[in-house]
Each structure stands twice: as C-alpha cells, then as structure tokens.
Design a protein around this ligand. Structure first.
Ligand code: NAD
Length: 380
C-alpha cells in the first residue's frame, strides 16, 4: 500500500504513511457507519483529536452521532526533510472524509496548552457555533511549554521505590529489562502540570467565562487505573498522580457547571495500543498478555469500540454510564474482570524471553501500532 517503510525504535514508530493513514481513517469511518446512527450532541470540541481515544471519540460523534466537531491536535507537519506524523495525516484524512460525506468538521494543528490557541478557538466558536455542548479532553503529551517559555516534561517514574521488570522492544522483536526510577518532587510537579487537569480546567473556565457553554454542557477526560500488579508503576507513580489531579479537576469543574446543569467526568478506559501507551515502561508486556486473553474470550475492544460504548450505547444511547464511588465513569470493567486478570497473571508468571510471542498477542500488538501509523494490512 505504501512506498514508505516503517521506522521503529523500541516501541515508537517514527514515521507514517500518508496513504495508509487515509485508508486507516476511512476503514474506521466505515466501521462507525456500519454500527448505525445515534443522536449525538450538536457541537463538540475535542482536544487531542488526531489519535487514540480523541480520534475515536471524534469519529463516533461525527460519523455516528451527527455532531459538528472542532478538533485540535499538535502534530508534526510534513517538510522537505521529514514526513508528517501519523496524527497529522489522520487528522487531514478525517477532514477530507468529513467534507466528502457532508459532515461538519473544523480542525486545527495547535498547542492546546497555549492561551493563544484557546483565544483563537473561542473566537471561532463564538462566530460559527455560538456555544459548545461537549468538550472531550484527550491530550497525551510528554511536554508542555508554559507561557513564560518554561518547559515542563512529564516523566513516567515511581513515587516510592525504583522498579525493574520486562519491557518490549518491537524494533528488536525481543524482551528487554527496563528500570523505573523514583521521581523527584519537581518531576512529579511537572508531570502533573502536563498530564493533570490544569489545561482542561483552563479550557472549560475560558469557555464558561466567555458564555460559550450550552445549557447541559458536558466535559470528559480519560484516565486509567489497571489491575493491582500494575499499580506500582502506573496508578501509584507519576502518571497516576497526574490522573488524581485530573479527577480533582473534574470535581471542581462539576461544581462550576452546576448553574448550567452541566457535568464533568473522568472516564476510566481500558489499556489499549496507542502512541502514548506503548512508551510507558512495562505496559506493552501487560498489554500483549491482556490482548491475547481478551481476544480468546471474545472481549477485545479498541479505542473505537470503547468510544462507541461510551457515546452510542451509554451517554447518548439507551444505557447510562457506569459510575464508581469516586464519580468516575467506567469503561474498563471487561479488562478488570476476575477471570481475565487471573489468566493474565498466570501467563505473566510463565513469561520468558523465548515464549513471549505465543503467551501474549505480540503480533496483534505490533500490527495495531503499525496500522495506526498507516503501515500494516487493515484486516487481521
Ligand atoms: P495518543 O498519543 O494516541 O493521542 C494524544 C493526542 O493528544 C493526539 O491527538 C495529539 O496530537 C494530542 N496532543 C498532544 N500534545 C498536544 C498539545 N500540546 N496540544 C494539542 N494536542 C496535543 O494518546 P491516547 O492514548 O489516546 O491518550 C489520550 C488520553 O487517554 C490520555 O489522557 C491517556 O492517559 C488516556 N488513556 C489512555 C489509555 C491507553 O491505554 N492508551 C487508557 C486509558 C486512558
């Protein structure tokens, strides 16, 4: 399909195929169309719209729910020296398909942390929509440049003890040993500044102050918890701390939205192959075991299916989101099912450098990552 060959480094694909990304998005649009229509919200702003959960949310809402969407993403444009990032091509593909199919969509490549991006977006919304009904905040980044130029970097580190375990190198096609060190107080603060709720709060507050939120406005951000054995490096590490900050932000936003009878929620999603998730140490190993078990049990879902459950079946459909004691909506109940986790743990205990391709869905994980960059066959 593509004349470009993938450049894999560890678990990162550094390039993308423009035609492959176009075909990838077209296949996803077709899947959404096959599932059928649902009455989505009228006007949706999506931050982090080019990839992973944000793109899946946008696809479901635009092509399934009939929503007008405004998508913001921060991606590498193609240049004379280098091709564009996968997210660049996927957002372009989304726009083209939307135009061809008469679906209202507006997209921007811009840094959502910058006040200028908020100001431009608010001006556009005021002129073209008047108000927003839903804001989906799905940004995943390792860096935030503050207004004063200060650079904050998110790190994936432990808060208590250094850790060591198996990781995956998709380029070398082998298991590797990985270490996770203990974060400093500054690293923890920086990770919260990048992946916590600061920017989500700033967006919703700016829209509210500008009187651009529709009555009944909702806003959602995505989070992850995982089973107990992942807690040391995720839930109880720097990323987990940022996710607690996100949850506190949801509580604050919910209070602020009371006059509009609005709502703000953190949605707990399942672990899935995305550009952001595969750089988390140890996670690719868990993910490949989880994918194998969930596929064998007929429970496998990708971002598109998770977002279909959230929007088509629950929020704008016949069901209702499952809410936990902390007010979070749960889409991770299949991942956390006792029989699934029991089997994942058994396979993890038996994992060796020789058997990892058969105990886990190594090929499926690799193919999915490549597919998201426009490289692998679209079926299989
Ligand atoms: P992803 O890498 O696939 O997508 C990230 C998106 O953020 C891209 O559209 C990118 O362009 C955008 N982005 C990055 N920096 C930006 C910036 N400065 N301004 C504007 N846009 C920017 O990531 P993902 O895995 O879909 O993650 C999205 C959210 O879902 C994150 O909060 C993540 O923690 C959460 N989540 C992911 C998983 C998983 O397994 N992948 C599970 C549960 C929750």
């Amino acid at each position: 399909m593509s004349s470009v060959e993938p450049e894999l480094v560890g678990c990162v694909v550094r390039n993308a195929s423009a035609e492959g990304c176009q075909a990838y998005v077209a296949a996803q649009v077709a899947a959404v169309r096959r599932r059928g229509r649902f009455p989505g919200p009228r006007r949706v702003l999506i931050i982090g719209a080019s990839s992973g959960f944000g793109l899946a949310a946008r696809l479901q809402l635009a092509f399934g729910g009939g929503s007008a969407t405004y998508g913001i993403a921060f991606e590498r444009a193609p240049s004379a020296e280098q091709g564009g990032s996968a997210g660049w091509y996927k957002q372009q593909a989304f726009d083209q398909l939307a135009r061809e199919q008469g679906v209202q969509a507006e997209s921007r490549f811009a840094d959502a942390f910058l006040p200028a991006t908020r100001a431009q977006t608010l001006a556009w919304i005021r002129t073209h929509w008047g108000q927003v009904d839903l804001l989906v905040y799905s940004l995943a980044s390792s860096v935030r440049i503050r207004e004063d130029g200060q650079r904050c970097c998110a790190v994936i580190k432990s808060l208590h003890n250094s850790l060591e375990g198996w990781g995956l190198d998709l380029a070398a096609e082998q298991l590797i040993r990985q270490q996770v060190e203990v974060a400093t107080a500054q690293e923890l603060a920086d990770t919260e500044a990048v992946m916590g709720g600061d920017s989500w709060h700033a967006w919703v507050s700016a829209l509210q102050q500008a009187d651009l939120l529709a009555p009944g406005f909702r806003t959602l951000a995505f989070s992850y918890e995982g089973p107990a054995f992942t807690h040391a490096w995720y839930r109880d590490g720097t990323l987990g701390a940022a996710k607690r900050h996100l949850l506190q932000t949801a509580d604050q936003l919910r209070d602020a939205l009371v006059p509009l009878q609005g709502d703000a929620r953190v949605v707990m999603c399942k672990a899935l192959v995305t550009r952001a998730s595969l750089v988390i140490p140890f996670l690719p190993i868990y993910l490949m075991l989880l994918m194998a078990v969930m596929k064998e049990k007929g429970l496998h879902e990708e971002c598109l299916q998770q977002m279909a459950r959230l929007f088509a079946d629950q929020l704008y459909g016949p069901g209702a989101p499952r809410c936990d004691a902390l007010g979070r909506w749960r889409l991770d109940e299949l991942e956390l099912r006792a029989d699934v986790q029991h089997e994942v743990l058994a396979r993890r205990a038996a994992l060796t450098a020789e058997n990892f391709r058969t105990l886990g869905d190594y090929d499926g994980l690799r193919a999915e990552l490549l597919r998201q960059h426009g490289f692998a066959p679209l079926s299989g």
